[in-house]
Design a protein around this ligand. Sequence first.
Ligand SMILES: Nc1ncnc2c1ncn2[C@@H]1O[C@H](COP(=O)(O)OP(=O)(O)OP(=O)(O)O)[C@@H](O)[C@H]1O
Ligand SMILES: [Mg+2]
Length: 404
Amino acid sequence: MSADRSTAAVAARRDERTPAATLEFDGVSKRYPGASGPALDNVSFTVPAGEVCVLVGPSGCGKTTAMRLVNRMIDLSDGDIRLDGDSVISRDPTTLRREIGYVIQQIGLFPHFTIADNIATVPKLLGWDKKRIQARVAELLEVVSLPPEMAKRYPRQLSGGQQQRVGVARALAADPPLMLMDEPFGAIDPITRDRLQDEFLRLQREIRKTIVFVTHDIDEAIKMGDKIAIMREGGHLVQFDSPAEILTRPADEFVARFVGIDRALKRLTLRRLHDLEMAPVPAAQVGDDAGPVYERVAASPLDELIVVDGEGKPLGRVGADRLQAESRVPDSRLDPVGVTAPETWTLRDGLAMVMTDGNRPLLVLDEAGRAAGVVTVEQLSGALRPNGSPAPTVPERGDPEVSA
Ligand SMILES: Nc1ncnc2c1ncn2[C@@H]1O[C@H](COP(=O)(O)OP(=O)(O)OP(=O)(O)O)[C@@H](O)[C@H]1O
Ligand SMILES: [Mg+2]
């Protein structure tokens, strides 16, 4: 019902959306007047249309400068920046700025404007009619998960996290082909931040904008970026790569230190349990013939039967020893289902869970809560290996058939 409607709405929006733009930095330098060295020094990289590029690096390394050069709030000293092949220098700065969504470092909502008026800033400048603006504001509030009644409030009547979302909604308002987001989740507590990051990623899967996203936080960069640009003092770009590459092959000592000695563990956040080749769950329903079931249990790393209902959702466990003494899968005195993990968990979360559960194999559930597979500590720790070699597959013991 409402899910169908919103899916249809999303599909409709996708069709009428402005296509994302490719962003190209070509030998870009910026020297501020009177400064001893450059704020940005011969920086080149390309962000393909529809990808998120995260600029990360210590304070003062030139991240905000790079953003401001793109929409020409400041001028280049050297090199060029191109959007879909066209130099920003050839563009009228005012028009250019309206085509680029910009979430500035301190949110920067207009305090005397309502939330609706804040979001409507660019559409108003573009001369949209009132109805279209109203509809767009309502749509964007929904997109950033804010209730419609917030439209009439003022920024000071919202929490910091809610204001950040309004900042994102405002930047999205005129459907820009490029978004610049300067530490959009900077001033937010870790838990809310994590949620906003997840929402952002969900939103990006839908809108597929080209996004330049600035952060100090390497973990945020790894989570959010298709590409990461690591910068250091003096405006140097030291590495431009995918998160996996940066974690596996840091370009130099600086990057290695920046990503941290725990980079192998961080790499585990890039893959999810469902990316692993999981062993089948030794599952059966109450009353099933215990003999063949026992064989599957014996062949499984789990060493326990998972008793499931008609849909495949776990009801409890039966140890191999007890099962061997039964003729049918029992319906009473089941051991509790105990530790399980959703298949969308990262390998890092999975490893943490296994390690707190005595290194026992992990029962993984799909989104409907059905038993989906078994993951072993060897698989998880194997994924830590730097050469990116696949984790060892499940020991080949017996019949790999899945029940249920
Ligand atoms: N308008 C300006 N005039 C002169 N120097 C400036 C100006 N703006 C920035 N700088 C200098 O340029 C360098 C880069 O600044 P920038 O704001 O781009 O850093 P940043 O990476 O965004 O830092 P932060 O993480 O603290 O936001 C800094 O040394 C800063 O002092
Ligand atoms: Mg900055």
